[in-house]
Design a protein around this ligand. Structure first.
Ligand code: DLL
Length: 437
């Protein structure tokens, strides 16, 4: 790949760390003043913490600022955190949250331009250029996935196919007929598209795709390899959240060892979720983001609930931006079963290592004051058997592998291929019946 095409904005993506820090310091001082002057909800929070704009002289002072959480966003719904007049806003997006009040985020045209740049960086890092056909099968609408990757694809100059999700056979027809080289969708949907292609008799070499940009939900390394093999592509992770803009807050490069955070726009911290203490680089904790230059809906120290690790080791791609590991789950998705912390991603990892696909459903309940822990796991067509002793032996193999990873027993039920519902967006992997009490 030529040097110009390696990066979308080389001056930013390869900027030395000390220069990025200088830039972040300047932006933070301006951003704090912007929210103090324009968002009473923020100035109240800051006053309660005894901090004023003049106390923030650079990025190292960020720890003086209060955190903001989803709870605050719900309280301030819909306009309470808006930092510009409504007539300067050109669009809204909203989270897919299923509990409580939805969160609505606002964008000025400038906010959208910067967000599109972030997504364009991700597409170029995945090998994209104006020669590519970029098939966007993230949902369009209030969800940020479709609009974000669509905007990035335009900036790169790809031929953009705004397919949205659904109608999988039609998606495959377009991918084939229009020679799509880059597929953007959730990893769950990518796996489903791959499975359907296989059923239609397509081999990896019959599929024109060369890369996939998959995110919006946690997915394991094993799932990545599985999708890569089925489609004959390289699968790149992409991370983001509506509150901070959408996809493109961080993105994979060819090394696939963590996602580079677009640090010229977003400042990341890792904190202890219980105490709020900032943890040193390399420690696992909750990811917190500050949007440094968003104008309409700027969040300072937003607690994402995503559990993850940061590291600034030199990357062979030449980008200097800090990397975040694949989030291992959300602190609010973490299940506590029989007193043990369990992330669905750990279970997924075990299953994929044993040759299953990411088609599983975890059910947790409480019977006679004790937790029950059941996992339905779909057999692949190749391993399908109705021989009871074969099935029992396979189930026992998974139970033992989970026991050695988690330290507790799960009841595993192998089910026939195609019996667990597929998702075209983010997958539902857990039913926790205990919450209904
Ligand atoms: O999921 C934005 C997005 C769209 C990201 C398309 C990537 C691709 P929300 O619906 O607000 O926004 O959900 C944000 O999804 O806090 C994480 O818990 C999770 N998430 C997003 N990307 C990843 C990822 C979009 N790559 C929430 N790995 C975040 C793991 C992810 N979790």
């Amino acid at each position: 790949m030529s040097e110009e095409k390696r990066y979308f904005q080389p001056e930013w993506e390869t900027m030395p760390a000390d220069k990025i820090k200088e830039h972040q310091s300047k932006l933070l001082v301006e951003q704090v003043k912007h929210v103090w002057d324009n968002v009473p909800y923020y100035s109240d929070l800051m006053e309660k913490k005894g901090v004023r704009p003049e106390d923030i002289k650079g990025i190292d002072d960020i720890c003086k600022l209060p955190f903001i959480s989803k709870e605050d966003l719900r309280k301030a719904y819909p306009y309470g955190l808006l930092a510009v007049p409504l007539d300067e806003c050109v669009r809204i997006h909203s989270t897919s949250g299923t509990t409580g009040q939805r969160v609505v985020a606002f964008y000025t045209q400038e906010d959208i331009d910067l967000w599109d740049d972030c997504c364009a960086r991700a597409i170029v890092a995945a090998g994209g250029s104006e020669k590519d056909v970029c098939h966007v099968a993230y949902g369009y609408g209030l969800f940020t996935g479709g609009a974000g990757l669509n905007g990035g694809s335009h900036k790169v100059g790809c031929l953009t196919v705004p397919a949205s999700s659904g109608n999988t056979e039609r998606q495959i027809m377009f991918i084939k007929d229009l020679n799509a080289t880059i597929l953007c969708c959730t990893p769950t949907y990518a796996a489903y598209i791959g499975e359907t292609m296989k059923e239609m008799g397509m081999k990896p070499e019959d599929i024109p795709l060369k890369a996939g940009i998959f995110g919006a939900e946690a997915w394991s390394e094993e799932m990545r390899r599985d999708i890569e093999q089925t489609m004959g592509i390289k699968a790149y992770d992409i991370y983001g959240l509506t509150e901070i803009s959408g996809p493109g807050v961080a993105f994979d490069c060819e090394e696939q060892t963590g996602m580079h955070i677009n640090e010229d726009h977003f400042y990341a911290e890792i904190i202890d979720p219980n105490t709020g203490e900032v943890l040193p680089e390399g420690t696992k904790g909750e990811l917190v983001f500050t949007s440094l230059d968003k104008k309409a809906f700027p969040l300072l120290r937003y607690r994402t609930r995503d559990i993850c690790v940061l590291n600034r080791k030199k990357c062979s791609c030449g980008r200097t931006f800090i990397k975040m590991a694949k989030p291992m789950g959300r602190s609010d998705d973490m299940l506590i079963i029989k007193g043990v912390n369990v992330f669905p991603s750990q279970i997924e990892s075990v299953l994929l290592k044993k040759g299953y696909q990411a088609n599983y459903l975890i059910t947790v309940d409480r019977v006679n004051n004790a937790d029950t822990f059941d996992i339905d796991v779909e057999m692949t067509p190749e391993m399908f058997s109705d021989n009871v002793s074969v099935i029992s032996a396979r189930e026992k193999e998974i139970v033992d592998a989970l026991k050695s990873m988690l330290g507790i027993y799960a009841k595993v039920h192998l089910v026939a291929p195609k019996t667990i519902a597929r998702s075209e967006g983010k997958a539902t992997r857990v039913i926790d019946k205990r919450k209904l009490w």
